[in-house]
Ligand binder design. Structure first.
Ligand SMILES: CC(C)=CCC/C(C)=C/CC/C(C)=C/C=C/C(C)=C/C=C/C=C(C)/C=C/C=C(C)/C=C/C=C(C)/C=C/CC(C)(C)O
Ligand SMILES: C[S@@+](CC[C@H](N)C(=O)[O-])C[C@H]1O[C@@H](n2cnc3c(N)ncnc32)[C@H](O)[C@@H]1O
Length: 372
């Protein structure tokens, strides 16, 4: 909590009782210094209250391709209304809301254009597809208490059938959809992972659960001499073949179809990466997977784990809300803190465990470890 830094629990309790008193709030609104804190708290609280509406305005802007349409310059409301097939008076409200969110800019002549944040959104790989797929998550959260008490049949779990193992990933069309979403959203994850955990000295890297090879492609570009191995479910690798053939890495990339639930991992790599894999699975699957990675690595071999992690003792706004609820809706895994992952790594026999908290925790954080 930002306004209550490190107070004793007695003073903290006293301050919390004050904040929860309506009479104190009325008084605080009149006193100059306290008024600033009260206003900031009010605005922050309203942001939480209005979150769903903000997200739905964003959804409409993306689905109607408003940001794309404004890419070449500002437009008048009636023209936008025609292009988006939305009545002009409603379009006005949507565009004004987009400007309120800082995504659009309202010009003096009443036209709307892109703001810096809206323009940035267009350039984030896969973000628009990610926003559109939130429909499934929002449907699951329509009744959040029912979801928490008994959220067993979720739309999101059906969106990502591979989490149920090889048996779930049978439909190549469905597999192609999620593989594409993962590959696009991988770009920033790869950037941050390689910045936090450079692969200097690694001869051969195996990416387990590497999807269609987007992480390995980034690694291959950064380390032109490295041998690359990709391990994933057969149906996923089938889809990856054409993409990888065109990537120019074919000569130094080997594909290993298999399921880490049922098959041993191939040996030979001196480093193994697990990028956005652990949080899809329960603790016992994660422990067995890390034990299998331990067995597949040579002594001193390196493991790189990269995924958004819970803040643990210091709850984090992005990962402890979005990713924790998201992975709960997927049903099979959970968003773990670095400390929780460290504990499983130790149980699997890893040493030299090192946590690199992400500078963008909503993109990823990294843990590295070695086979002792
Ligand atoms: C030079 C000066 C002084 C000024 C210039 C001004 C200027 C031009 C500034 C540009 C600003 C700029 C560079 C902005 C860059 C913005 C960026 C990089 C924004 C990035 C945003 C990324 C976001 C919002 C990422 C969201 C990621 C999400 C929602 C990921 C979801 C992932 C999921 C659900 C994964 C699921 C996997 C599963 C299924 C659980 O296994
Ligand atoms: C969230 S995706 C991450 C893909 C990629 N690492 C990335 O970050 O974009 C999880 C990946 O794990 C793979 N996976 C899930 N269960 C698996 C299993 N039992 N054996 C091998 N791969 C599996 C999925 O097919 C999928 O490609």
């Amino acid at each position: 909590m930002t306004v209550l830094p490190s107070l004793s629990s007695f003073r903290r309790g006293w301050l919390l009782r004050l904040a929860a008193s309506r009479r104190f709030q009325v008084w605080a609104a009149r006193i100059p210094f306290v008024r600033r804190i009260a206003r900031a708290e009010g605005a922050a609280l309203f942001d939480v209250v209005a979150g769903f509406v903000n997200a739905q305005v964003l959804m409409a802007l993306v689905e109607l391709r408003v940001l794309h349409l404004l890419q070449d310059g500002p437009m008048a409301v009636p023209q936008m209304a025609g292009l988006c097939a939305v009545p002009p008076e409603r379009m006005q409200v949507l565009l004004q809301a987009g400007a309120g969110l800082g995504l659009l800019k309202r010009h003096r002549d009443g036209r709307f254009g892109l703001a810096l944040r809206g323009a940035s959104l267009l350039a984030v790989p896969g973000l628009q597809a990610m926003i559109l797929h939130h429909r499934a998550l929002y449907a699951d959260l329509a009744d959040p208490v029912a979801f928490l008490r008994d959220g067993r049949d979720t739309q999101l779990a059906r969106f990502w059938p591979y989490v149920f193992g090889a048996a779930g990933a049978v439909d190549p069309q469905v597999t192609a959809t999620y593989s594409e979403l993962m590959a696009e959203s991988q770009v920033l994850v790869a950037e941050d992972t390689l910045r936090m955990a450079p692969l200097t000295g690694v001869q051969r890297l195996m990416d387990v659960g590497g999807g269609t090879g987007a992480f390995l492609a980034a690694v291959g570009r950064a380390y032109p001499q490295m041998q690359l191995d990709l391990f994933d479910l057969p149906v996923v690798l089938e889809g990856a073949r054409t993409r990888l053939a065109a990537s120019g890495f074919a000569g130094r990339l080997a594909l290993h179809p298999g399921s880490f639930r049922d098959d041993p991992l191939p040996v030979g790599a001196d480093a193994i990466s697990l990028v956005r894999v652990l949080y899809d699975h329960d603790d016992s699957t994660v422990l067995r997977l890390l034990q299998a990675v331990h067995t597949a690595l040579p002594v001193g071999g390196r493991l790189i784990i990269s995924e958004p992690m819970s803040g643990g003792a210091v709850p984090d706004r992005a990962t402890d809300v979005y990713f924790a609820i998201y992975t709960m809706a997927m049903q099979t895994g959970r968003t773990r803190s670095a400390a929780e992952i460290e504990a499983i790594l130790s149980a699997a026999g890893f040493t030299s465990i090192c946590v690199h908290t992400g500078f963008r925790p909503f993109i990823t954080s990294v843990i590295t470890a070695r086979r002792g």
